[in-house]
Design a protein around this ligand. Structure first.
Ligand SMILES: Cc1ncc(COP(=O)(O)O)c(C=O)c1O
Length: 402
């Protein structure tokens, strides 16, 4: 990637996120091509990066959207993704969200409990509509990833077990307001092992065959997202092997494959760029303090996640330090005990692999405005989200001051 972070810092100030849209295209195409032997829908997991221009870029490539709130559904529709390519997932949908999703006529609702299925049925009846249903099956397989992003075990809150799923499909079949349409699994994020995915898909494919035997024919097999990316030195799942092993499990089934990648598409397209404010030493401990903070990029604080970090200066005097932000929390750090060169005020620091679950998790903590987002495409940059101002931050409170 040939993005000049220093030039962009002059033009847009720091901190900022920049996303390489050409890289996003490459990753989308890589996955879509891997599934070319079948009908497939790549439903981009909007939660990873929900900037409208990012979703629009993927919409132009033909992507659908996997959404976890009605807000995300509306984002997808706003940029022109057709309702028949939109899926609504999530473990706790609110009544008003279910109602709107049904009225908007999206492809299917991924239901995660029998209580939720009853709720969807009730609302569909009130609206006199038929709800297209996909049930999220929890295959009870350990995805071997970070516990916070593991979802495929019964101890996780997601999905239902096989027997419950079967009962729920029978309920759908017997209801005038429910249509069994798809089946769904998603065992975790940042997956680097193929075996747990294969095992899970096999279990769920067997259920699809059992259902077909009782005349419940599903049209979509949603394998979820979760493909990992390189943050450090991870060994990745080969995309073609991934697709191939899924297709093998589905042998003999006439079913469209749905895949919901988030991180895989946008994770390594993004860089968070911040600048050095100060250096200080407390006892023996060196700190480099930058203008970005945990409210902008929380993954290191939240998951102890690793991001590759580079100081863009020529200094060869390298030593151990913590790279921290200005927020009033000891948890406000990007890296601890990292080797970085001596820095000067205004030196630029690039924090890589910041395209997924970074800006979307940003907050206004410490009354800090969320930062600017920039697209880089065909060697050109453009602003895709303005930096928030103080006025933006207080706008929903101001009128209530007594
Ligand atoms: C249901 C579902 N689908 C897709 C995704 C996207 O995951 P990833 O970004 O790891 O591809 C998630 C993420 O947690 C999810 O919960």
């Amino acid at each position: 990637m040939s993005i000049n972070f220093k030039e962009l810092a002059k033009k847009y100030d720091t901190p900022y996120y920049v996303y390489d849209f050409d890289y996003i295209s490459e990753k989308y195409t890589e996955l879509k091509t891997a599934f070319k032997a079948r009908k497939s829908l790549i439903a981009y997991a909007v939660k990873a990066n929900s900037n409208l221009s990012v979703i629009k870029h993927l919409a132009n490539l033909g992507a659908g959207a996997d959404c976890v709130s009605i807000g995300e559904v509306k984002r997808a529709l706003k940029v022109g993704i057709a309702p028949y390519k939109i899926i609504f997932s999530g473990v706790g949908k609110i009544d008003s969200e279910i109602r709107q999703a049904l009225e908007l006529g999206i492809l299917m609702i991924n239901v995660e409990s029998d209580a939720e299925l009853n709720r969807v049925e009730l609302i569909a009846r009130e609206l006199n509509l038929v709800a297209r249903i996909s049930i999220r099956v929890n295959p009870n397989i350990d995805p071997q990833t970070h516990p916070y992003i593991s979802t495929g075990l019964h101890e996780n809150k997601f999905g239902v077990d096989i027997d419950t799923a079967k009962r729920m499909y029978i309920q759908c079949k017997n209801s005038e307001h429910l249509e069994p349409t798809g089946i769904h699994l998603h065992i975790g994020s940042q997956l680097t092992q193929l075996e747990p995915i294969k095992e899970s898909v096999k279990i769920v494919a067997d259920l699809v065959r059992n259902l077909a035997a009782i005349k419940i024919e599903l049209s979509f097999f949603d394998v979820g997202g979760g493909l990992g990316i390189i943050y450090d030195d991870e060994k990745l799942i080969d995309t073609n092997e991934y697709a191939q092993s899924i297709l093998e499990c589905l042998f003999g089934l006439d079913i469209t494959v749905v895949c919901e990648p988030g991180r895989f598409i946008v994770g390594n397209a993004g860089t968070f760029v911040t600048k050095v404010l100060y250096e200080k030493v407390n006892g023996n401990k060196r700190f480099v303090i930058v203008d970005g903070a945990m409210n902008d990029l929380i993954r290191p604080s939240l998951y102890n996640a690793y991001h590759k970090i580079e100081v863009l200066n020529e200094n060869k005097d390298i030593s151990d330090c913590n790279l921290v932000g200005p927020v009033c929390e000891s948890g406000d750090f990007f890296a601890k005990n990292i080797q970085l060169p001596k820095t000067e005020h205004n030196d630029i620091v690039a924090i890589y692999s910041a395209g997924a679950y970074c800006f979307t998790m940003a907050s206004n903590y410490n009354t800090r405005g969320r930062v600017a987002e920039i697209a880089f495409e065909n060697q050109e940059d453009r602003l895709i989200r303005r930096r928030e101002t103080f006025e933006n931050i207080i706008s929903l409170e101001e009128e209530f001051i007594k």
